[in-house]
Write a protein that binds this ligand. Structure first.
Ligand SMILES: Nc1ncnc2c1ncn2[C@@H]1O[C@H](COP(=O)(O)OP(=O)(O)OP(=O)(O)O)[C@@H](O)[C@H]1O
Ligand SMILES: [Mg+2]
Length: 289
């Protein structure tokens, strides 16, 4: 069969069970030989995220310089590294906020993220949490979660939107996961800093992301909030893939399996926390003597 015929077949398959428009890679059906299941990320190659030889310069400064990284489905990957290492820039590239000058960025084995823009990438199932909580302070916890769902679904006329029973069930489940069950009527503005962070994570969870990118999620939290956030992330692992950037080593120790150390826009070391903490180069650039 020629690629054209295979493409036509894949398109027929899509018509039979329509996928969201954004799921097609750059307007083309993802995959020739095996039609991708609509709405699903193909992880048959054991990776949910794959970056190869990625480069970005800002005015000649190489913020990302030959970055190579991949994440397995269900993995909780920790990323550490000195200020300016390129950790946030890497998340900007994955989420479509920054275009790399060169390189490959794939979500599963069929979705080329460089062919999608920021809203499409969110729709594909990559959720991102920035450092500062961005909840709607004048709305209740419940309304914030409901709004996250509406926004994701592109509901224009919110007045007529009603949660169906599956969505109500999910909202209750998310409230429980983020330790805010019983607080749904409270105004978000009244929550502690840590609770606002959890609420924002809950807003991401309402959108059922497959991969979550979290940039310094425990910055500014109390020790107790940090410990509960560690529990929360461990509970998400397996059913979600997570990439967590943090400077708090106690937190990293509580959640980590594999740790990647970034420095000067590339991977300096990778391994368990004990392994990377014993690495002379990591001690030199980050952990200090
Ligand atoms: N839009 C931009 N324009 C110019 N320079 C930028 C831009 N974004 C990032 N940089 C530079 O790229 C480098 C990497 O920044 P980045 O924010 O990714 O580091 P980081 O590892 O997240 O650091 P931190 O731990 O402090 O958050 C820094 O030197 C930063 O000043
Ligand atoms: Mg950063």
């Amino acid at each position: 069969m020629t690629p054209d015929l295979m493409e036509a077949g894949a398109q027929r398959f899509e018509r039979a069970a329509p996928a969201p428009a954004a799921a097609a890679s750059g307007g083309r059906s993802p995959g020739y030989a095996r039609p991708a299941v609509p709405g699903e990320v193909d992880v048959t190659h054991g990776r949910i995220l794959y970056l190869e030889d990625v480069h970005v310069s800002f005015d000649g400064f190489k913020a990302i310089n030959g970055l190579q990284l991949d994440i397995a489905p269900g993995e909780l990957r920790c990323i550490i590294g000195p200020n300016g290492a390129g950790k946030t820039t890497m998340m900007d590239i994955i989420t479509g906020k920054t275009r790399p000058d060169k390189g490959t960025v794939f979500f599963g084995s069929t979705i080329d993220l460089l062919r999608h823009n920021e809203p499409q990438i969110a729709q594909l199932g990559i959720g991102r949490k920035f450092q500062k909580p961005t909840v709607f302070e004048h709305l209740s916890v419940f309304e914030n979660l409901e709004l996250a769902l509406k926004t994701h679904k592109g509901v224009k006329h919110s007045m007529f939107f009603r949660l169906d029973s599956a969505q109500s069930g999910r909202l209750a489940e998310v409230l429980h996961t983020i330790h805010l069950a019983g607080s749904e009527a409270r105004l978000a503005g009244e929550l502690s800093h840590g609770q606002k962070q959890w609420l924002e994570i809950g807003m991401l969870l309402m959108q059922q992301p497959k991969l979550l990118l979290l940039d310094e999620p425990v910055a500014g939290m109390t020790d107790e909030e940090t410990a509960r956030t560690a529990e929360l992330f461990l509970s998400l692992k397996g059913s979600h893939s997570l990439m967590v950037v943090e400077h708090d080593m106690h937190f990293i120790r509580a959640i980590s399996e594999k740790v990647t150390v970034l420095c000067d826009g590339a991977v300096l070391a990778e391994g368990t926390l004990d392994q990377v903490q014993a690495d002379e180069r990591v001690i030199e650039v980050y952990l200090g003597r």
